[in-house]
Design a protein around this ligand. Sequence first.
Ligand code: HSE
Length: 311
Amino acid sequence: MKSCTAVAPSSTANLGPGYDVFGLALDALYDRVTITRQKGADGRIAIKMSDASIPSVPESNSAGLVVKKMAQDFGIKDNLEVKVKKGVPAGYGMGSSAASAAAAAVAFDGLYKLKIKKEKLVEYAAEGEVASAGARHYDNVSASVLGGFVISSMKDGPVPRFVRMAPPRDLCLVVAVPSIPVPERKTEVARSVLPSEVPLKSAVRNVSGASTIVAGIALKDVELIARGIDDAIVEPARKHMIPGFDSVKENALAAGALAVSISGAGPSVIAFLKTGRNSKKVAQAMAAGFGKAGAKCRTFPCRPSVGAHVV
Ligand code: HSE
């Protein structure tokens, strides 16, 4: 095989209290990565980005970092072209770098027929997060690789590090992506505003919320999931970075959303709904909330997605 293409979905991380642990794949948008073997075996990796604002040096590019690491680990010296067609906007909290990284890992696996275990593919895809977040956080990449709702545990051990659960069929979401400038390496910036220590009371509240979300997923109960989306730690520390956040949240809830949180590190905001019936109304309400703060936004009504796959 000379070339292999894979697609990977956008995702939302944290879902309120599950900072760095929860991820949910979203069928809103997809990235597509094609890896093609070129002449020569000097280990050269050439990145071709559809979005010129994203660095195409392999060491600063999420797909590039993944391919570099996989080629190293499997002793592959082929010169490779890595073509990244971005569907997920970079820097807005929709798991953009994770989608490129996940698609790159799956395409590389497909090209060389390596049959790597999914869990290991998540580890490879996490390499890509270093490009944008400066750290390997697994919540977006695990969702983007595996699809559905994923819990990434922090500890290696006898149980799987990534637990995938199928979300309820009636879970619908609306992501509002504000058209505001975001700092370079936004995730790193958004992580730097978080407290290094938290009051026990806040930790207890977040554990309660996170447990309720997992129970809601297991019991296929959207209302229970929504009740758990309550974040006493990260949202208060980050919301100043999102113009109009309080209005967006208030409006979405008034329009019928069951819960609202920052999507990943933001600035996108995500609303959780039971059935898509209200999604247009909620999308308009969120847009009006951003509008109040002078920001335009794009809205994406969506549902949970399957994971990255070869096409
Ligand atoms: N858990 C990460 C964060 C997700 O909130 O910083 C980044 O998309």
